[in-house]
Ligand binder design. Structure first.
Ligand SMILES: [Zn+2]
Length: 109
């Protein structure tokens, strides 16, 4: 499912709770970069999501700055997850190769 202005707002709660999968997160961040309207929408929802809770605890906060940090963290997380997936794929190839070698060695014995 492509991320556009229509469904962007619906994905924001999942984005903030880190429930998007790699593909969704990647599309979400790409749209965020491209669309200033949706950046504003994210700021508004973040303010509601995080700000209300913060008002209750009474701590000081700089939501704009924190939102920047949330976005940076999400990008890092995405890159890390994509890397982990390539490592997992590489390990699978190694495991398969080992299995083939084992079968070959056993057959030669
Ligand atoms: Zn948009």
């Amino acid at each position: 499912m492509a991320v556009n202005c229509k469904n962007f707002a619906n994905l924001i709660p999942d984005f903030l709770a880190d429930r998007l999968d790699n593909q969704e997160l990647s599309d979400f961040l790409a749209h965020l970069d491209a669309c200033s309207l949706c950046r504003e929408e994210l700021s508004t929802q973040y303010l509601l999501y995080e700000g209300l809770e913060r008002l209750e605890t009474g701590g000081p906060f700089d939501l704009e700055k924190e939102l920047e940090e949330v976005k940076r963290t999400a990008r890092r997380r995405l890159i890390l997850r994509q890397r982990l997936r390539s490592i997992a794929a590489a390990l699978e190839i190694v495991t398969t190769a080992l299995a083939i070698v084992t079968v070959y060695v056993l057959a030669a014995m």
